[in-house]
Design a protein around this ligand. Structure first.
Ligand code: ADP
Length: 244
């Protein structure tokens, strides 16, 4: 799903340059649940922007679902991003003056191709995160945890293969944080690739694999859980859904 080869990112130009990412290489397979960890200032956001096709590396190669990202122009990049990646941010980034339902519909309305039944798709996404009874609420009428669930529904509504979440529990109390992490776990067990960026080890340990960045390089890449039988879990999740 994701192949990074020797990614470098340097900010600035002329005489003052700041090397931020210094040769990052790793692969993430479809259906993996990976946390990217590291102290503040180690380049997590910079890497996340590259993974999410919001920014290009200064050097190195990045293939997203087989597509060479580095060769794309802005328009192609944004097309790939809209198609493949759903974003969840620490600050939720919801439009305040509009309802949960409209917030979730937005990516469909701005999609390159007109989506059929955007309202129905948005409703389904909100039901999926347990907000069937909050669709007409505005963000200010929702708790932090509910707002983040709206943001997750918005990330999912276009059915992206990868969810990129940047400190998604950073603004939540611990209970709401656990609820959000439970949703990511469920989405992953249904086959979605999840990449969680965090400085918090307790949060990272919800993933199956932790990549630790230090000074712009991979310091550690380890599995948290035993490798899973993805096919078996998919069947099991489908079975549980049928039983419910
Ligand atoms: P993290 O997300 O791990 O806190 P960042 O990726 O935000 O780290 O930042 C890594 C380093 O890159 C920091 O030293 C930061 O100051 C620098 N940096 C980030 N963005 C820019 C930018 N647009 N211009 C110059 N330096 C930047």
């Amino acid at each position: 799903m994701i192949e990074l080869d020797n990614i470098e990112k340097t900010y600035g130009n002329g005489s003052v340059t700041t090397p931020v990412l210094q040769g990052i290489s790793f692969r993430i397979e479809p259906g993996e649940y990976v946390a990217i960890m590291g102290a503040s200032g180690t380049g997590k956001s910079t890497l996340m922007n590259i993974l999410g096709c919001l920014d290009l590396p200064s050097a190195g190669e990045y293939r997203l679902d087989g597509v060479d990202v580095v060769d794309l122009d802005d328009e192609e990049l944004s097309h790939l991003r809209n198609e493949k990646v759903g974003f969840v941010f620490q600050q939720f980034h919801l439009l305040q003056r509009t309802t949960a339902l409209k917030n979730v519909m937005l990516p469909l309305i701005y999609a390159d191709e007109y989506a059929d039944d955007p309202e129905e798709k948005a409703e389904d996404a909100l039901v999926g995160v347990g907000l069937a009874d909050r669709m007409t609420y505005r963000p200010s009428e929702l708790s932090g945890g509910q707002q983040q669930r709206v943001a997750i529904a918005r990330a999912l509504v276009t059915n992206p293969e990868v969810i990129l979440a940047d400190e998604p529990t950073g603004n939540l109390d611990s209970r709401s944080g656990l609820e959000v992490l439970a949703i990511f776990k469920r989405l992953n067990r249904q086959g979605r690739t999840i990449i969680l960026v965090t400085h918090d080890l307790q949060v990272a340990e919800h993933a199956d694999r932790i990549i630790v960045l230090k000074d712009g390089a991979v310091a550690e890449d380890r599995r948290v859980a035993e490798p899973r039988d993805a096919e078996q879990e998919k069947n099991q999740a489908a079975q549980e859904e049928n039983d419910a």
